[in-house]
Write a protein of this length. Structure first.
Length: 347
């Protein structure tokens, strides 16, 4: 039976840690090892972690004397501690869905070319909201790494939350750890690097993980605003394709495609600022500058023309008449539908 090392970094999440660990220990069809790393928490994490480790031989616990930060803690667990056939990085406030590891591992055991499997993630606030999961029946979709990279560049988005990912251990060790210079978008960079050396699979329709939404979650504290998110994704694509130039086929074309996608998104976000009469609040000028910097032909895009139309009329008129709001909403819904399709099919 395949072994899965689940690395659980924890910082001041003692109140969630037991439930997280229970979601791992309840997994079937795999041998699991739980590796808890307390990054010098100031709450009761160390007490809970030691109690858990003493209660089950599958659980191991480490505690940092000083806080090392999430990147160093991730890499310590994935590269310095994990030795399993497969690895999972699971935040202490999140949960694995029932049977998720067995589903992912069965796909990778049957196809050695697949280096990463992920699937749908349910966002929740209270455990009572969680759906029941059929542990056995599922299908999956497989893509080559090149196809998956193409999809990422075409949309410019990261379709993975994180706790739903299972990575083949040797692939994780081959690509290395999370990069300190990308502290806020390192997950997207990691998925791109894995796709550069292996194929990718997606579990269709069945939830693979549950992501807890609360005031201290990474999604809420790190990504504050569209502009920051765009800049972080641009840094990832720039770095990835710079390091893989000459290694990945059509790297220049893919990088340009990613920059075009980010520019279009930035320009539409600027347009929304006019439609809402929130030009300054939305950082419309900075979004436009970002688009022109990211993609040198941004001024030829239809989104740039749309922004100019709004600029000529002014934000007050755009907001009062909502002249452009309906077309913009339709376009955004189409993009949302495209990204939903990528999520459904694993690209």
């Amino acid at each position: 039976m395949s072994t899965v090392d689940v690395v659980i970094p924890c910082y001041n999440y003692a109140r969630y840690l037991r439930g997280c660990v229970e979601s791992v220990l309840s997994q079937t069809d795999v041998n699991v090892r739980v590796l808890i790393i307390d990054d010098a928490s100031s709450d009761e994490t160390s007490d809970v972690g030691r109690e858990l480790a003493a209660s089950e031989r599958q659980i191991e616990f480490r505690q940092h004397k000083v806080n090392k930060g999430h990147i160093a803690t991730y890499n310590e667990g994935l590269l310095g501690w994990s030795t399993g056939d497969y690895t999972v990085l699971l935040s202490a406030d999140d949960l694995l869905a029932p049977g998720s590891l067995g589903r992912a591992v069965s796909v990778m055991d049957a196809d050695m070319s697949i280096g990463m499997v992920y699937g749908p993630t349910v966002h929740f606030v209270q455990e009572s909201e969680l759906p029941k999961v059929n542990r056995r029946e599922f299908t999956h979709t497989r893509w080559s790494g090149a196809e998956w990279l193409e999809g990422r560049c075409r949309s410019g988005h990261n379709v993975i939350t994180s706790p739903e990912v299972v990575v083949r251990g040797r692939v994780q060790r081959a690509v290395g750890g999370y990069r300190p210079e990308l502290p806020h978008a390192g997950d997207l960079d990691m998925w791109l690097r894995i796709a550069a050396v292996s194929n990718i699979a997606y579990i269709n329709r069945v939830p693979q993980a549950f992501y807890r939404v609360h005031s201290n979650s990474m999604m809420r504290t790190v990504f504050q605003g569209e502009l920051l998110d765009l800049k972080q994704r641009k840094a990832v694509f720039d770095s990835f394709y710079r390091l893989h130039e000459g290694v990945i086929k059509n790297a220049d074309r893919l990088h340009e495609q990613a920059m075009r996608s980010l520019a279009r998104e930035a320009l539409w976000d600027a347009c929304r600022g006019y439609d809402r009469n929130e030009v300054e609040l939305s950082h419309a000028e900075e979004l436009e500058y970002f688009a022109l910097e990211a993609y040198e032909a941004a001024n030829t895009l239809s989104e740039y023309a749309a922004l100019n139309r709004r600029r000529r009329l002014g934000a007050v008129v755009c907001h009062r008449t909502q002249l452009f709001a309906a077309p913009a909403l339709i376009r955004r819904l189409r993009r949302w539908g495209l990204n939903r399709r990528w999520k459904r099919v694993g690209v």
